[in-house]
Design a protein around this ligand. Structure first.
Ligand code: HAM
Length: 428
C-alpha cells in the first residue's frame, strides 16, 4: 500500500503553485506599500495560549485543535490561527513598549474540521496585526488594505464586505444577558446546538445557519441598543472613513466571529462564488487581548485571509495571470551537440544580466522538434536556438514561441535584445 497525505491536508502541486505565488507576491507588495514589517512565529505553541486567547468555549478550542504532549509531557498545540502567537511574541520581546507595530505574516494553521471544498485541516493564512492604535482609522486602513489586495488580484467584484460592531466588554455582557433572556423564553424552539451555546457562548447563536433559529433571531434584541457612546463613536468614524474611501459594506448585525478576543469592530469579506465556505477573510479589533495574555493594556486590530479560499476564488474567476502558471519565460535549445558549451555560457551570462527573467535551459538532447515541444509546454514566450550556423557566426536565433517573426542576433547583443523584448511584454 502506498502512503497518502493526511486527510484534509492537501498538497499544492506545481500547476496550482502559480496562483499561490501570485497571491503571496501581491500581498507582500501591498503590505510593503502600507509600511508593514513581517513577523514569523512558531507553528507550535503552548496549548494554554490558545485556550486563553481564542477562548475555552469556542469551537476551535473545544473540538478543533491538534493537541499533544511532547516527550517532556508539555501540552503543545499546532496553531489553529496566528493572532495568539503574534501577541505572545510581541509581549515576550517587548515590541509593545512605547511603540506601535504594524505586522504581517503568512503560514499554515491547523483545525480538525470536516474537510470539504474550501475547508481543510491544514490551511494557510496571510494576515496582519497592528498594535497601539485606538483610532478607528486603523480599522479602516486594514479594510482598505484588503480592498487594495482584492483589486490587485482581480476578485474585487466577487467579494462583499460585511461589517459589525460587537461593542466593548461591558456592552457585550449587557447584550448577552438580554439575548439569553429572550432566547430562554423561546427555548422550546431552539435546536441542540443553540441550547448548548445558550449556556456557554450565547452570542455564537447569532451565527446559526438554521433558518428557524434565524427567524427567531429576527425578533431578538440587537447589540445596537447596548453600545456605549464610545463604541458608537468608534463605529461611526470607521463607517465615515470607509465611505470617504469609497468602500461599500453591508452592515451585518449577526456577525460576531468565532473567536472570543474581539471587541468593537468585526468584519468579513465573503463571496458567493465558492459555495458553503464563502468567507475569504476575517478580522477585527481585540483591544483586551494583550492585557489578557499578561502584557500591558494595548489596543490591537487585525485580519487573516484564507489562502486556499482566495486561490480557489481566483481560479474560479480565471484571474491568475498566465505567466504565473508558466515555468519559464525563455527556453534555450541546442541544435548541434558542439554548441552546448557555448549555449551554457550564454545562458549563464543571460541569467546574470536578466535576474528577473525565468530562463530554462534544455537538458537531455533530442531533436529540435522535441525540444520545441518542451519549450512550448514550459509556457516560455521565447526560444533561443544555437545550431551549427549560429556557433560559427557567433549569433543566436531568437524564436517567438507564441507568434511573431524570428530574428538572428549577434550573441554579445542577446542580453540587450532580450531586455527590449521583455520590456514589450515578450512580443516581437
Ligand atoms: P478566522 O476567521 O478563524 O480568523 O480565519 C481567517 C480565515 O482563514 C477565514 O476567513 C478563512 O478564509 C480561513 N480559514 C479558516 N479556517 C479554515 C479552514 N479550516 N480551511 C480553510 N480556510 C480556513 C482568524 O483566524 C483570526 N486570527 C483573524 C484575525 C487576525 N483577527 C484579527 N487578527
Amino acid at each position: 500500500m502506498t502512503i497518502q497525505s493526511v486527510r484534509g491536508m492537501p498538497d499544492v502541486l506545481p500547476e496550482q503553485a502559480g496562483g499561490w505565488l501570485f497571491l503571496e507576491n501581491t500581498a507582500k507588495q501591498i503590505f510593503a506599500n502600507f509600511g508593514l514589517t513581517q513577523i514569523r512565529t512558531p507553528i507550535l505553541e503552548e496549548t494554554r495560549l490558545f485556550a486563553r486567547a481564542v477562548g475555552d468555549v469556542t469551537d476551535i478550542v473545544e473540538k478543533e485543535m491538534y493537541t499533544f504532549d511532547d516527550r517532556n509531557g508539555d501540552s503543545l498545540t499546532l496553531r489553529p490561527e496566528v493572532t495568539a502567537g503574534v501577541v505572545r511574541a510581541a509581549i515576550e520581546h517587548g515590541l509593545l513598549h512605547n511603540q506601535t507595530q504594524r505586522l504581517w505574516y503568512q503560514g499554515p494553521a491547523f483545525r480538525y474540521e470536516r474537510p470539504q471544498k474550501g475547508r481543510y485541516r491544514q490551511f494557510h493564512q496571510i494576515g496582519v496585526e497592528c498594535f497601539g492604535f485606538e483610532d478607528a482609522a486603523m480599522d479602516a486602513e486594514l479594510i482598505e488594505m484588503t480592498n487594495a489586495l482584492w483589486r490587485a488580484l482581480g476578485v474585487r467584484d466577487a467579494v462583499t464586505l460585511e461589517l459589525n460592531t460587537i461593542g466593548s466588554p461591558a456592552a457585550r455582557r449587557a447584550y448577552r444577558d438580554a439575548l439569553v433572556n429572550y432566547l430562554r423564553t423561546h427555548e422550546a424552539a431552539l435546536d441542540a446546538e443553540s441550547v448548548s451555546r445558550l449556556e456557554r457562548n450565547p452570542l455564537r447563536i447569532l451565527d446559526s445557519k438554521n433558518p428557524e433559529i434565524q427567524a427567531l433571531l429576527n425578533q431578538a434584541p440587537t447589540m445596537d441598543a447596548y453600545l456605549t457612546e464610545e463604541d458608537r463613536a468608534h463605529f461611526s468614524r470607521l463607517c465615515a472613513l470607509l465611505d470617504a474611501a469609497g468602500i461599500d459594506y453591508v452592515r451585518n448585525h449577526r456577525l460576531v466571529r468565532g473567536l472570543d478576543y474581539y471587541g468593537r469592530t468585526v468584519f468579513e469579506w465573503t463571496t458567493d462564488a465558492l459555495g458553503a465556505q464563502g468567507t475569504v477573510c476575517g478580522g477585527g479589533r481585540y483591544d483586551g487581548l494583550v492585557e489578557h495574555l499578561g502584557g500591558k493594556s494595548t489596543p490591537g486590530v487585525g485580519f487573516a485571509l484564507g489562502v486556499e479560499r482566495c486561490v480557489l476564488l481566483m481560479e474560479t474567476l480565471d484571474v491568475i495571470p498566465e505567466n504565473m502558471q508558466a515555468q519559464a519565460d525563455v527556453y534555450v535549445m541546442v541544435q548541434a551537440a558542439e554548441a552546448e558549451v557555448v549555449a551554457r555560457q550564454m545562458t549563464s551570462v543571460l541569467r546574470e544580466q536578466l535576474p528577473d527573467v525565468r530562463i530554462l535551459m534544455h537538458i537531455g538532447g533530442g531533436s529540435l522538434k522535441s525540444q520545441l515541444k518542451k519549450a512550448d509546454k514550459s509556457g516560455a514566450q521565447i526560444g533561443l536556438i544555437l545550431g551549427e550556423h549560429e556557433l560559427v557566426d557567433e549569433t543566436v536565433l531568437i524564436k517567438p514561441l507564441r507568434g511573431g517573426e524570428q530574428i538572428t542576433v549577434a550573441r554579445n547583443e542577446v542580453s540587450k535584445v532580450m531586455q527590449t523584448i521583455k520590456d514589450s511584454a515578450w512580443t516581437m
